[in-house]
Design a protein around this ligand. Structure first.
Ligand code: UGA
Length: 434
């Protein structure tokens, strides 16, 4: 099957590479020539475990190529995946200008009957709109079909998720197009769920909204646990044993971030609003998440008083471990608040530090290592649960810091270990160690 994938962002690149790995001939198209030049060399612009190895292998075996030449990119493609971004607009709704511009390119460059597959997260009705745009320009010269095939990959484990995901969702109107997508995806060996186009579009938003709801829910339970001396870790475990609830996504922390949950929850509230439905629950989820990001700083202020002139170390800046992605990371608002309070902020992240330097307040200073960041610090805030953090020797923290006080936004350490190491330790939803 000859496939073209438009957009080599996180979703497009992983999709293209993995489709080539299961035997398809894939051409990834991106208008950014510089990016294409480095992709051709097997260099991934994103940090994603296992991705570069697969890129190099499939380029060498001639199943995977990259181009910014649209004529070449679309030539002979039987199936075209659209995987360009749908960023958030000011009012929270999704910006579809990139998707629509690709639709026009598709209509200009295809030279045969084609199936268009939308991978990007798009509001309900977008697949139909894109098909209408293409059909109005192609004017019956070629038969064009559309299939909604939303993406459920997580950053940092995208390759693994592609080969071991829970389901592949395919939404279509024409049986023949659905069958083609089914056969393309069969080698992944993952259950395929077939439905209509609008339901497939909604499954994506509803899934992310539900996961975000789980996180805000457990964060509020954690906040109550702190007030009543209960331990959120045991509460989460005890709840998760009920199969109807499930054990995943019940880790309390400083709120969700990243390029998906914040954007998609706001977009779904917008979609509901445009259809005269007030999605009250999801609006609360968003509000709870925003409040949760500031709680650690509030606790810090309660303990240290005025933060002016105090040295506060930050461990971890990425929105989650194993990624260099800083989009909507809680570290952005937390570091800003600390700077506003007059603290000297010194931060370290093993992978996201380069991206962090581009977007965090310029007053934030950067260390060379986790140890370096806490030397002489008045307090440490843990914002990302990197493995190096979870396995860091607490005795060493005690020795390096001016005062060994930790505010852990990701519950990285055992309370007993903190007690043994004589650390003053505040975490989320667990009793403080003082
Ligand atoms: C999320 C979904 O998990 C994917 O299924 C989906 O495909 C993707 O969005 C998308 O729409 O593209 P991702 O944003 O990569 O994936 O990250 P997650 O691993 O889901 O984590 C999101 C945020 O939730 C992180 O900030 C993480 O720290 C937070 N989180 C997650 C918690 O605070 N507690 C948890 O128990 C789980």
């Amino acid at each position: 099957m000859k496939i073209s994938v438009v957009g080599t962002g996180y979703v497009g690149l992983v999709t293209g590479v993995c489709l080539s790995e299961i035997g398809h001939n894939v051409t990834c198209i991106d208008i950014n020539e510089e990016k294409v030049t480095s992709l051709k060399k097997g260099k991934s612009p994103i940090y994603e475990p296992g991705l570069e190895e697969l890129m190099v292998k499939n380029i060498e075996e001639n199943r995977l190529e990259f181009t910014s030449d649209l004529v070449k990119g679309y030539s002979g493609a039987e199936v075209i995946y659209i995987a360009v971004g749908t960023p958030q607009m000011e009012d929270g709704s999704a910006d579809l200008s990139y998707v629509e511009s690709v639709a026009k390119d598709v209509a200009t460059y295809i030279k045969n009957d084609s199936i268009i597959v939308i991978k990007s997260t798009v509001p309900v009705g977008t697949n139909e709109r894109v098909l209408a745009i293409i059909q109005s320009l192609v004017k019956g010269k070629y038969k064009v079909n559309i299939v909604s095939n939303p993406e459920f990959l997580r950053e940092g484990s995208a390759v693994k998720d592609t080969f071991h995901g829970d389901r592949i969702v395919i939404g279509y109107a024409e049986e023949s197009a659905g069958r083609v997508l089914e056969s393309i995806n069969k080698p992944f060996g993952i259950p395929i769920f077939k439905t209509d186009i609008r339901s497939a579009e909604m499954i994506k938003y509803a899934s992310n909204a539900f996961l975000a709801t789980k996180i805000s829910f457990i964060n509020e339970i954690a906040n109550i646990c702190e007030k009543i001396d209960a331990n959120i870790e045991d509460v989460s475990k005890g709840m998760g044993l009920d199969k109807r609830i499930g054990e995943h996504f019940l880790n309390a922390g400083i709120g969700y971030g990243g390029s998906c949950f914040p954007k998609d929850t706001k977009a779904l509230v917008q979609i509901a609003g445009q259809n005269l439905y007030d999605f009250e629950l999801l609006s609360s989820v968003i509000r709870v998440n925003s409040n949760q990001q500031y709680l650690l700083v509030e606790k810090l202020k309660q303990r240290l008083g005025n933060l002016s002139g105090k040295t506060i170390a930050l461990w971890g800046l990425a929105f989650k471990p194993n990624t260099d992605d800083m989009r909507e990371a809680p570290s952005i608002v937390i570091s800003q608040r600390l700077v506003d309070e007059g603290a000297n902020v010194i931060a370290y992240d093993p992978i996201a530090i380069g991206n962090a330097k581009k977007i965090l307040n310029k007053e934030v200073a950067y260390a060379e290592s986790f140890s370096d960041a806490i030397k002489g610090a008045d307090a440490l805030l843990i914002l990302t649960e990197w493995n190096e953090v979870k396995t860091f020797n607490l005795e060493e923290i005690n020795q390096l810091m001016k005062t060994p006080i930790i505010f852990d936004g990701r519950n990285c350490f055992d309370l007993k270990d903190a007690m043994k190491a004589n650390i003053e330790y505040y975490s989320i939803g667990r009793p403080p160690v003082t």
